[in-house]
Design a protein around this ligand. Structure first.
Ligand SMILES: [Zn+2]
Length: 267
């Protein structure tokens, strides 16, 4: 039976109070708490209004990713996945994109791409029956993503600068989500997973690539730089506590791909 036609893009809501936003020429404004979020080109910036940039500890990280943006995809592939995590010869950008596409193969409607970088995977997952919402904390990455999207003539990818802990989306609005190479970088894994779960519909799949503990330069470097190198059991516990179920994983060295699903609500 044919699905109902794809609805237009969903509306962002205020990441703080989750109320509707009014659109002006250069900003989105919350109708409830009056916060104003500037538009950079057509990318809403949900971070600059609400944080004091000078004292934000993640600023250094943001600057690093802004500098990295133009070369991100080659860096991602050659350095991080292949060399650092012992997946050489087994893992590639293409194989990860393939894993994500496969996990979300039955998903139509709205897809969330958490920490999308320059829309690396989002651009490879577009289809006429999907809208993909890429969020990242680096405006440099998002602008690079916008350039790639324009260059490739891709449609259906929408970008916003926001933190994973405060997503500018209503509850249960996404039919699926991906999170490539960043779960171990979020300061509070549980908070991040809980917020992702909040925005997912029951049964919606989540595809993740991340780093697990082990003796690889990638895992050691992750610990040194304040990231997490998860024990597999720890990761599964986080997921179960944040209402995910059906964990399936594949590991190459200390690099892991896994899929899971938002559990149905408890009755
Ligand atoms: Zn608000």
């Amino acid at each position: 039976m044919p699905e109902t036609a794809l609805k237009g893009p969903i509306s962002f809501v205020c990441p703080k109070c989750k109320s509707a936003l009014r659109s002006t020429e250069k900003a989105l404004q919350c109708s409830e708490c009056n916060r104003t979020y500037p538009l950079v080109g057509d990318i809403p910036d949900f971070i600059s209004e609400s944080s004091s940039a000078s004292i934000d500890p993640s600023d250094r990280g943001i600057r690093f990713f802004n500098i990295l943006a133009p070369i991100y995809e080659s860096w991602l592939w050659q350095t991080f996945f292949l060399a650092l995590n012992g997946g050489a010869g087994k893992t590639s950008l293409q194989s990860i994109a393939g894993f994500m596409a496969e996990t979300l193969r039955d998903v139509t409607g709205n897809v969330l791409d958490v920490a999308c970088g320059p829309a690396t995977y989002a651009r490879r997952m577009v289809s006429p029956d999907r809208n993909i919402y890429g969020i990242d904390f680096s405006m440099g990455m998002l602008r690079q993503g916008k350039n790639h999207i324009t260059r490739d003539g891709v449609s259906g990818v929408h970008l916003a600068r926001t933190r994973v802990e405060e997503l500018p989306f209503e509850n249960a609005i996404f039919d699926g989500a991906i999170c490539g190479g960043s779960l171990h970088l979020f300061p509070d894994t549980m908070l991040a997973l809980r917020e992702i779960a909040r925005t997912l519909k029951a049964g919606a799949p989540l595809a993740v690539t991340t780093v697990v503990a082990g003796n690889s330069p990638g895992a050691r470097s992750m610990k040194r730089h304040g990231g997490h190198a998860f024990e597999l059991s720890e990761l599964q516990q986080y997921l179960s506590e944040t209402r995910f179920e059906g964990f399936t994983s594949k590991q190459d060295g200390t690099f892991i791909t896994f899929s899971t699903r938002k559990a149905a609500p408890r009755i």
